[in-house]
Design a protein around this ligand. Sequence first.
Ligand SMILES: Nc1nc2c(c(=O)[nH]1)N[C@H]1C(S)=C(S)[C@@H](COP(=O)(O)OP(=O)(O)OC[C@H]3O[C@@H](n4cnc5c(=O)[nH]c(N)nc54)[C@H](O)[C@@H]3O)O[C@H]1N2
Ligand SMILES: Nc1nc2c(c(=O)[nH]1)N[C@H]1C(S)=C(S)[C@@H](COP(=O)(O)OP(=O)(O)OC[C@H]3O[C@@H](n4cnc5c(=O)[nH]c(N)nc54)[C@H](O)[C@@H]3O)O[C@H]1N2
Ligand code: SF4
Ligand SMILES: [Mo]
Length: 737
Amino acid sequence: MSRGRRSNLFMARAGRQGDDLARRPGGFGLGQVPTRLAPEAVTSMVCGYCSVGCSLDIHLRDGHAVNLSPTTEYPVNLGMACPKGWEALAPLAAPDRATTPLRRDDRGQLQPVSWPDALDTFVARFRAVQAEHGPASVAFLSTGQIPTEEMALLGAVAKFGMGVVHGDGNTRQCMATSVVAYKQAFGFDAPPYTYADLESSDVIVLVGSNVCIAHPILWERICRNPHDPQIVVIDPRATETAVAATQHLALAPKSDLVLLYGLARALVQRGALDRAFVEAHTTGFDAFAAHVAPFTPERVAEATGLAPEALESLATTVAEGERVSFWWTMGVNQSHEGVLVAQAIINLALLTGSIGRPGTGANSITGQCNAMGSRLFSNTTNLFGGRDFADAAHRGEVAATLGIDDGCIPDQPSWAYDQIVEGIATGDIRGLWVVATNSAHSWVNHGDLHDLLGRLDFLVVQDLYATTETAQRADLVLPAAGWGEKEGTFINSERRIGLIKRVARAPGQALADFAIFKLVAEAWGCGELLEAWSSPEAVFEMLGRLSTGRPCDFSGVGDYAMVDDLGGVQWPFPPGSTMVPGEERRLFADGRFFHPDGRARFCFGEPRPPREATSRRYPLVLLTGRGSSAQWHTETRTAKSAVLRTLHPPGPYVEVNAIDAQAGGLVAGQWAVVSSARGSMQARVVVTTAVAAGQVFVPMHDAQVNRLTHPSFDPSSRQPSYKHCAVAVRPLEHWEH
Ligand SMILES: Nc1nc2c(c(=O)[nH]1)N[C@H]1C(S)=C(S)[C@@H](COP(=O)(O)OP(=O)(O)OC[C@H]3O[C@@H](n4cnc5c(=O)[nH]c(N)nc54)[C@H](O)[C@@H]3O)O[C@H]1N2
Ligand SMILES: Nc1nc2c(c(=O)[nH]1)N[C@H]1C(S)=C(S)[C@@H](COP(=O)(O)OP(=O)(O)OC[C@H]3O[C@@H](n4cnc5c(=O)[nH]c(N)nc54)[C@H](O)[C@@H]3O)O[C@H]1N2
Ligand code: SF4
Ligand SMILES: [Mo]
């Protein structure tokens, strides 16, 4: 149908309010009152915070959630949950929930409007932008925190219906590096492991990963390991995880590549290789061995600041391990050369044959509850199912499965997040739709972004709260239902598809994102194109069909009931697959990778210095990251729980080593100013040995921290390097004078 025509369906409903729209018979399966669940019952669903994907038993009264406890039978968390999981219901009842659409009036105030008015404004303003500046001048930024079905629908509405070309997710800030590293090395974005590997390894190497804080239940799984494992933590800071490890390599920030190449060289020299595996299943080993030859222990010691014995001991541990697993998170991904570092880790697993067997693997731990769903099905930089927009055959497959004209599908991938931001600066992007991410807090060097948001012709923010830093900048706020108020699936770090269910009523006129996307489609006039996308479960089944024949094939999973019955399903799960509940599944047991020749590739390159060096003016390196297990990102949700607020120090604070504190006249508990070439923030001084001299740490949870960070990016993944910039820390009184 023509993109310009308004569907009759929408016209017929235009007078109704959100509640009615969602509740109508044959609607989107999103009625406000849970209908599938018995009124007094317990039902289980996965947590909506991190990618561990724990299952929580939700206790219902009169069909509504009143309490929760961790599910004992679920293979992920085995009856455990972290504080965020225990408090997962609290943010839903927050007083600042957005309960109606809000539109900015002539005096610049956000005022409540009806859904039909909001949708009219959405369509009229974005169409006007596109009419003047072309279809690609409207972009979207989405997330790894809404169900796969919703992400896929957004990607379809925007790209197939509205003619949008550019959309990216907050997963760019998080997982883009792992995606590129895996694709190049394995031929597909495929984390190979299952969590049981944490319990069967005898050596666990964690690189740039603070699991105690960021993935607490994975740490619990490590603690259950009966093999008395060696736990190696590679992190510049003495994190909660590092102090509990058996070896901590406190390397200089961003010296990982040299260290890991030095380790590879040491293993090659000792002959600690699995030659049979390398020869049968990989390509490029000889070139890699030649590449790492110059990374001598002396060079490693100089670059990392570690004693030569530390490398020696690490090499011995890895060489002697029978089941060695390598794990990484943001200390690797958020780097100017993150893809090479991730691949250096993958290379270690390949050369020691540590992959495809229990207790092994080159294992990227994801971050958000549905980062994996976003990586495969958000339709942003990849076409559905990890396909390529530029590949005509791929476009044809998707068009045939969806029953749409392949002319609707853009023939180029989206710009990445930083390119969309740059596009605002150049005037190429004039309209922006932000869904479930708080860019004005979380984006790197966001002082610039704040200016740029003001330059947009039209900004729509779709969130649970109208109070986020980004929603406060919006021209139109669309009130969204959250986790617990809608249904869908998430995919966790070990590729396990888990269900979320509707156990609470969304406040006021807030609607599930799925319903909002459907209403937008109808209002835009592309509703018919997406008619088959009738409910989250219908979309789940369609995505299963879209995954057919891909490495992530889950077309053998019939429906939501099957996901529930099996306790989550790990892909791949093609038709005919069977699984007994609790079965663990890992990739590459047969040594076959996803490149056409079936082999994994050694990928490598030259280390480079971080983009911003310290100077006399800014003599310290700023590291940022997670502050506590009770805080989630920009804290729009976790700050709403009175319990969680008691579990971390009140912010903002900056951790400083005693040497730097003394040199700089910084006193514990006093206020200081942390400044970089881009901006400054005030923070209380915490003097600690957890950070080394020359480095400071500020948690990412305070909105000011990204005024400081440096906008440098990995060249192939375009992921921001949040964990390295040059700063000064001065007592507040000195600063003021
Ligand atoms: N409580 C809580 N849990 C979370 C989240 C949250 O906000 N709060 N967020 C979730 C998300 S989306 C993500 S992505 C994950 C993140 O999980 P993690 O990556 O584990 O968390 P971070 O604290 O960002 O960074 C990990 C470590 O990288 C180290 N690091 C910094 N620079 C370097 C370096 O050059 N080399 C090495 N080797 N290490 C370095 C930091 O010191 C830090 O300890 O957590 C998830 N879980
Ligand atoms: N300095 C620094 N900055 C960082 C990082 C770092 O380590 N250091 N880490 C980066 C990483 S790894 C990440 S993942 C990002 C995270 O950055 P963001 O994604 O910006 O952080 P969140 O606070 O999770 O924002 C999610 C938003 O979605 C809303 N929301 C939650 N559920 C729903 C829903 O179902 N529907 C809708 N419509 N909205 C919903 C929440 O209220 C919130 O406003 O931050 C990045 N920024
Ligand atoms: S570890 Fe992650 S998934 Fe598990 S309860 Fe905590 S936040 Fe939720
Ligand atoms: Mo993340």
